[in-house]
Design a protein around this ligand. Structure first.
Ligand SMILES: [Fe+2]
Ligand SMILES: [Fe+2]
Length: 262
């Protein structure tokens, strides 16, 4: 039967598909790490107290990148260059979601509006990350090779999402509510499209590597389009709501290390 678990199990069991999966994941994580480190360095004067949390956010993403690389190393696999159409983070940036890399490469301090944009972008993408890792945690928490990594990354992504909710609510109370809602909406609608396109691209590559029959690919393609239709109709709303998280100050304190991985 075709299920998320059986699909991922298949990808996990084959060296070539596992290596592509880990390479794609590692690339997105380290790109997120770089972006956050640059944002932390460019935080405007009035918002300096946010800088350590942004640094921590970036350090977590870097750690995730190292974990995915370590998972490959453990199986004696080298990372592969990732096909551009599977590069979720790069595609988001190209579509103007979040802060432009040109801006992050400069030495000009960001504005408060930029910080709000960064948080709104993160609120949407961390929701995706948190849901995806949650799915992996549900099925593979006890897996001998990837269980610990999945649990650690999943916990971190939940923290990132909680932090985004809390900080965005603070900015909303400070009068940025309208800008936040507009940015969230725009970002969510773009993200669900890019997520669909990246899913189709990843699936096509996996299908080729694993020699999936045409019928199986057709079912998966239909599934990805169905998810998009649902997200376009109602699902996107879950990505734009703001709720005070149970866990406050989730990114206060230093990042947890992962010496067993990297
Ligand atoms: Fe991450
Ligand atoms: Fe994250």
């Amino acid at each position: 039967m075709l299920s998320a678990k059986s699909l991922f199990q298949e990808i996990l069991d084959d060296d070539e598909s596992f290596r592509l999966f880990c390479s794609i994941a590692a690339s997105g994580e380290s790109q997120g790490g770089w972006e956050n480190a640059r944002i932390a360095a460019l935080v405007p004067d009035g918002e300096r107290e946010l800088a350590p949390k942004i640094t921590r956010h970036g350090a977590d993403e870097d750690k995730h990148g190292r974990i995915f690389n370590a998972l490959m190393k453990k199986r004696r696999l080298e990372p592969v260059p990732i096909p551009p159409e599977t590069d979720y983070t790069m595609l988001l940036e190209q579509h103007g979601i979040g802060l432009a890399h040109d801006k992050l490469k400069s030495d000009e301090p960001l504005t408060v509006q930029d910080i709000v944009t960064y948080l709104a972008h993160s609120r949407v993408t961390e929701q995706r990350a948190s849901e995806q890792m949650d799915l992996l945690r549900k099925h593979f928490a006890d897996h001998p090779d990837i269980g610990r990594a999945v649990k650690m990354i999943s916990g971190d992504e939940d923290n990132h999402l909680a932090y985004c909710h809390e900080e965005l609510l603070r900015f909303a109370y400070a009068g940025h509510g309208r800008a936040i809602q507009e940015t969230l909406r725009e970002c969510a609608l773009a993200e669900i499209r890019i997520y669909r396109d990246v899913s189709l691209a990843v699936m096509a590559h996996m299908g080729r590597i694993l020699g999936w029959p045409r019928a199986k690919s057709a079912v998966l393609t239909a599934g990805i389009h169905a998810v998009y239709a649902y997200e376009r109709a109602v699902g996107w709303r879950r990505m734009v709501s703001l709720r005070m998280p149970e866990r406050r100050d989730a990114l206060g304190g230093p990042t947890t290390s992962a010496p067993e991985f990297a």
